[in-house]
Design a protein around this ligand. Structure first.
Ligand SMILES: [Zn+2]
Length: 140
């Protein structure tokens, strides 16, 4: 919840309305915060050519397995709630952080886990980062 609130503070105006439009300074500030959390969770941070961010958990045990992805977006509409998108991004980071701290190497499920932050569809019409990543991994 601490992280949800911290991210939720970014992009608030004097009246308390939260807006982090894609490619805005506020979104950049949010992305920098999330990038720090990804690294802190021990994940490899990868940013693709159009700005999608991935936190990759890869171990010797799961290297050959197909990836399992979780995530969402941190850009917002005008006057947005604090949970939209952010809950999915931060929730995913927390799950992997907890698994890693518990000594799991993902041997049983054998999945890499990635966190995905999608830029606004309005800015990149028709773009969806998931099919791109699936293609890159040869799984779809
Ligand atoms: Zn959303």
């Amino acid at each position: 919840m601490e992280r949800i609130h911290a991210l939720g503070e970014i992009g608030k105006d004097a009246e308390g309305r939260r807006t982090r439009l894609a490619a805005s300074d506020a979104e950049k500030e949010g992305r920098d915060l999330v990038a720090g959390w990804i690294r802190e969770a021990g994940l490899e941070l990868v940013v693709d050519r159009i700005g999608n961010m991935f936190g990759i958990w890869q171990t010797a045990e799961n290297r050959q397995e197909k990836p399992l992805m979780t995530g969402s977006h941190i850009d917002t509409v005008i006057n947005a709630g604090q949970y939209d998108g952010c809950l999915g991004v931060i929730g995913g980071i927390e799950v992997i952080k907890t698994l890693r701290e518990g000594g799991h190497k993902d041997r049983k499920t054998g999945c890499r886990r990635r966190f995905h932050q999608r830029r606004g569809r309005a800015l990149f019409p028709g773009y969806d980062g998931f099919p791109g990543l699936r293609r890159r991994n040869g799984s779809g």
